[in-house]
Write a protein that binds this ligand. Structure first.
Ligand code: FAD
Length: 409
């Protein structure tokens, strides 16, 4: 393979930058393009409340978090997993720590020092950066076409790696507009869907006014889908429009699919997952004396605030004085979900380039010499570090695939 090869990486998020790293390490000349005035805007946003870059857990459980109809995603992650990411960060002078649930963060929490060090290393390895270059497809001779603040530009390369992201938070650059270019080239795409997003519930005015913004802690959420029951044990937040945050994000694929298939979905909440239903009924049956219902349920089951409001929101009042029925209700509050927030508000998106459209080297079968990586590929995962891990792992796999393709002659 000749070092005279020149490659374009378009999209400077974690997937594109990881591909650029693999390529520049092997002496390939790389131009990195992004439509935005600076690189890695979504990566920086991810670091705003602590960059959860990966997750340290059992490998099998870790891989089970991904929803993808192709084994190549898992094999890319097996080749660049949580421990590799921690070692890679250390190589950039950034130490990591593990939170109580296995989430891994850089010690200083923010993404900016990591991104700065990463860009510096890429530049030292010879990568050339081009901001404000919006890729718009190809001209007739196969050269890439870019819109820039000045004149449009066309540039030819030996190969191109696209890492254009999904279709949410368009103000950070990931607008999904690339799907039009792909569709015109007959690249097979799966429609985008919102993931790790809020869902809509038609709360009463009282619930909305009193409880919006309140976290509901230590509960278990579940959704019955056509394939069985999906569960998540985490807290969530009541919002003006519905429900949001950790525990709900874990179930976003299940809720989204059920909404698509059935037009409605039910989010079941177990407010006391550590107490079984008989024990809870016994506790609720204790004599109440002169205590109010609210005081009684607080004392016997530690249910207060938003948890109590959820009971009042959905219960048939006749059940309040029946300990068995009340216990069953508290263990299974059915919250009707009527939709999801707009896709642009989602933390990530499912859908994108279908795995059947790319070769084992991550090259588009319809477009020889054009490779894809990151969130623009069709996979889904919850928050918790799984998203960035898969973006980096596929960025690396696609970069290596491109190298393999360049070395074919
Ligand atoms: C609020 C928030 C918090 C998050 N927190 C976490 C977290 O803690 N942990 C985690 O794992 N994940 C998190 N994520 C998700 C994670 O940031 C994304 O999954 C990841 O950034 C996707 O990486 P990517 O490289 O595939 O694409 P992106 O990071 O989206 O990068 C794509 C790049 O392509 C550029 N681009 C698009 N179209 C064009 C074009 N036509 N021409 C030129 N350039 C183009 C964009 O400007 C963008 O810079 C979070 C996301 C958000 C929004």
């Amino acid at each position: 393979m000749s070092n005279a090869h020149r490659v374009a990486v378009i999209g400077a998020g974690p997937a594109g930058l990881m591909a650029a790293e693999v390529l520049t390490e092997r002496g390939i000349g790389v131009d990195v393009y992004d439509a935005m005035p600076s690189f890695g805007r979504k990566f920086l946003m991810a670091g705003k409340s602590g960059l959860n870059i990966t997750h340290a857990g059992e490998r099998a459980t870790f891989l089970d978090r991904y929803i993808c109809n192709d084994e190549r995603l898992k094999s890319a992650i097996e080749r660049f997993d949580a421990s590799d990411i921690v070692a890679w960060m250390r190589g950039l002078g950034i130490e990591a720590h593990k939170g109580p649930t296995g989430r891994v963060f850089p010690n200083m929490m923010k993404a900016s020092p990591l991104l700065r060090a990463w860009l510096q290393r890429l530049s030292d390895q010879g990568a050339v950066f081009h901001t404000k270059h919006r890729w718009e497809g190809w001209v007739e001779n196969g050269a890439l076409k870019f819109m820039t603040p000045g004149d449009p530009k066309t540039v030819s390369y030996d190969a191109t790696l696209l890492a254009l992201g999904g279709a949410s938070w368009r103000r950070l650059g990931s607008d999904g507009a690339w799907t039009k270019i792909m569709a015109a080239k007959s690249v097979r795409l799966s429609p985008f869907g919102p993931s790790n997003c809020g869902f809509l519930v038609n709360w009463s005015d009282r619930m909305r006014q009193d409880q919006a913004g309140q976290p509901v802690k230590a509960c278990e959420l579940s959704v019955r889908t056509n394939d069985g029951v999906q569960r998540s044990r985490s807290e969530f937040v009541i919002t003006e429009r519905g429900v949001e945050s950790g525990g709900v994000y874990m179930l976003s694929a299940a809720l989204r699919t059920t909404l698509q298939q059935q037009g409605e979905a039910v989010l079941n909440i177990d407010l006391c997952p550590d107490i079984d239903v008989q024990d809870l009924a016994k506790r609720l049956a204790k004599p109440r004396g002169k205590k109010s219902f609210s005081n009684h349920i607080r004392k016997v089951a530690n249910i207060t605030g938003p948890k109590l409001a959820l009971i009042y929101e959905f219960i048939d009042r006749a059940v309040l004085n029946n300990p068995d029925k009340l216990a069953a209700f508290i263990k299974h509050i059915p919250v009707p979900v009527i939709g999801h927030v707009p896709i642009d508000e989602a933390i990530s998106t499912s859908g994108g380039v279908a795995w059947s459209a790319i070769s084992d080297d991550y090259m588009l079968k319809n477009l020889p010499g054009v490779f894809c990586a990151g969130e623009m590929l069709d996979w889904d995962a919850p928050t918790g570090g799984y998203l960035i891990t898969a973006c980096m792992a596929t960025g690396r796999a696609a970069g290596l695939g491109l190298l393999n393709w360049l070395s074919r002659d």
